[in-house]
Design a protein around this ligand. Structure first.
Ligand code: ADP
Length: 256
């Protein structure tokens, strides 16, 4: 084989491509290893608590207040486990293209009001206010439960990463064929480098915050199943905005 001129260039290019691919494989294995260790931790924490409290209650002899507290913790931790398993199942379904939507007319304003109520106690603990700013009442065609999951995840992140007494605003922007829901927080923000990766599956800026890093990856795919798109803007130390753009049903005036 004569190796000269262009060939040498091609070989050089091939070797750097292979090098790059090898690095990517190492990186993706690292991401999977991190995921397995974070999911194991997420599973073990509630299980340890459930086991501890059920053994304690089994011994008996506690007053009704202590017994009630133990039962409440067991229920809360079991809910956490169910949520985690559901998230993993949703992720697997989306990966295999098996997520089916149950379509109906969905009033987005009512849906966001419901989400504010769901997260009220959690926000209240940090003194965080969640405000719904628009007068619009957009109605879209979509899967009510999945749309709720989309906005619950985004607003839940906004609460989680808000500072004490922060304000989160939810608003609609109407266009002829689309509505954009914006969720803006004044929280810790995300650096430019991390912002590029937050929608990747398994990615977390700080794995010590808990969670699986699947939330936004699932959210993005659910938005796309609704023929919409999701964008994020953020300034580190100032806050984050998440914009979800969804199609309005054909032939209906915006805000109807
Ligand atoms: P998880 O399911 O673990 O919460 P997500 O996919 O929802 O993960 O989010 C990925 C990462 O993006 C989070 O771990 C966090 O670092 C960052 N993030 C998401 N939303 C916000 C936000 N509103 N403000 C700051 N960081 C955020």
């Amino acid at each position: 084989v004569r190796i000269k001129g262009d060939y040498r260039y091609e070989l050089g290019e091939l070797s750097s491509t292979l090098n790059y691919m090898a690095q990517e494989i190492v990186r993706s294995n690292q991401v999977k290893d991190d995921f397995i260790s974070s999911i194991s931790h997420e599973l073990r924490t509630p299980l340890t608590s459930i086991k501890g409290w059920s053994e304690t209650l089994n011994v008996g002899g506690y007053d009704p207040e202590e017994t009630k507290l133990g039962m409440q913790i067991i229920t809360k931790e079991t809910d956490r486990l169910i949520g985690l398993v559901e998230e993993l199942l949703d992720f697997a379904k989306l990966q295999q293209n098996e997520m089916k939507l149950v379509m109906s007319s969905v009033n987005l304003k009512e849906l966001l009001q419901e989400i504010i109520l769901n997260l009220w106690a959690k926000a209240e603990q940090k003194g965080v206010k969640i405000l719904l700013e628009s007068e619009e009442k957009p109605v879209i065609h979509g899967d009510a439960n999945r749309l709720k999951q989309i906005f619950l995840n985004i607003v839940d992140n906004a609460v989680k990463f808000s500072h004490e007494n922060g304000v989160i605003t939810l608003s609609f922007t109407m266009e002829e064929k689309f509505v954009t829901v914006t969720v803006r927080d004044q929280g810790i923000g995300i650096s430019e480098e991390h912002l590029r990766r937050v929608k990747d599956r398994f990615f977390q800026v700080n794995p010590l915050n808990g969670g699986t890093g699947l939330g936004l990856a699932i959210t993005q795919q659910l938005v796309e199943l609704h023929h919409g798109s999701m964008e994020m803007e953020s300034v580190l130390g100032e806050g984050t905005s998440v914009m979800v753009r969804l199609p309005l049903p054909e032939g209906e005036p915006p805000g109807a």
